[in-house]
Design a protein. Sequence first.
Length: 70
Amino acid sequence: MALFQYSGISVESCVEMEDEAPMRYEIDRLNGLVVLHCGQHGEYILTIGRENLAALVALGTEAIQQLATT
């Protein structure tokens, strides 16, 4: 059960990642989703659709560019 659910987002925990946290992904072609696994044993999971993944990548790219200028 989610700790918080609002506006299409279901939150079950908060995760902070160290610099070298292991990550991998799986593709769920049937449902058009990507499942991102983080942590030594993939214990933290983000399931996200194509459009939201593209938006997340764009946001992350912008953040990286901002970090590079500071």
